[in-house]
Design a protein around this ligand. Structure first.
Ligand SMILES: [Zn+2]
Length: 296
């Protein structure tokens, strides 16, 4: 194994590309990690494939169905600024909505995008930014959102194509292959919804009970390779989440949660290392991190 980066405090020169589907995907599951590495000097780029046009409007008067995409794009720009993201690309696909919605059939929905076009867009950005690590959702998209599943697949595909000499995203603008050292998926442990619900209810915060289907969401804990403690960056993470005013609104349950519960739920982020795969239990038990083992 290459030199671990556990004791490194200055990540200048390290680059991380995060690929997600909607404004706010960068905040809730991984915002603490992005804030942490950006604060420690790493360069962070983010690709968000849609403007989240079909999200909630949880605050009266701040958006309409027609303006939601542009309002959410502005919220994303603010959140990216709070997290210290250096480079933000919002692609022009439409939010596909949850599985079974009519919007799934919209030809402009991200799930209906031509995979060759998305591959070319992602590989172009990878070859331009030259990340050492790429981060996206685990294959079930945390809770089965079709756009989350699609970006996980497309990012994994682009990770492998970026280094192929035979692949050229745009024959008129040749780019040099770039080998990304690591592919990381963000995840949540199976049963996380129940655990969050119980913690919030026990601290007196009102919260709808998770549905039977929601209780099945998550990754078996033994498949999660490492947990990143981001509690030192919790304020930044919460500020970034709250930039997404349309999605949080005045009744966002965490507004009233005690610090201890906030830390326990939002202060830890869960990751799977997909490439190179960690094979031994020993490796998983090391204090791993996004950039561990990456040489620059
Ligand atoms: Zn999302």
């Amino acid at each position: 194994m290459k030199a671990a980066t556990t004791n490194i405090k200055d990540f200048s020169g390290y680059r991380l590309l995060a690929c997600f589907a909607h404004p706010d995907d960068e905040a809730f599951p991984v915002g603490g990690t992005l804030a942490m590495y950006s604060s420690l000097g790493a360069s962070i780029a983010l690709i968000t494939t849609t403007s989240g046009q079909l999200g909630e409007i949880r605050q009266d008067g701040i958006a309409t169905k027609d303006t939601l995409g542009s309002v959410r794009s502005s919220e994303l720009r603010e959140s990216a600024h709070v997290l210290g993201i250096d480079r933000l690309n919002i692609l022009s696909y439409k939010d596909s909505g949850m599985a079974g919605w009519d919007a799934n059939k919209d030809p402009d929905a991200f799930i209906n995008a031509n995979p060759d076009t998305v591959r070319s867009q992602l590989v172009t950005e990878i070859r331009a930014f030259k990340p050492h690590v790429i981060l996206t959702f685990e294959p079930t998209g945390l809770y089965g959102h079709p756009d989350h599943i699609a970006i996980s697949q497309q990012t994994t595909d682009a990770f492998h194509y970026s280094n192929k000499k035979s692949y050229e995203p745009d024959p008129y603008h040749p780019t040099a292959p770039w080998e990304v050292s690591k592919l990381i998926y963000c995840a949540r442990p199976l049963g996380y919804r129940k655990e969050w619900y119980e913690q919030l209810i026990a601290s007196g915060v009102e919260m709808p009970e998770p549905s039977t289907e929601q209780l099945t969401h998550g990754t078996p804990p033994e498949e999660i390779d490492f947990i990143q403690d981001v509690s030192d960056y919790l304020d930044q993470k919460i500020r970034s989440i709250l930039c997404h005013k349309t999605q949080t609104g005045p009744n966002w349950p965490y507004r009233n949660a005690p610090e201890k519960v906030l830390k326990s739920i939002l202060g830890f982020e869960h990751y799977m290392q997909i490439y190179p795969k960690l094979v031994s239990r020993n490796q998983r038990q090391e204090p791993l991190g996004i950039f561990n083992g990456v040489e620059i």
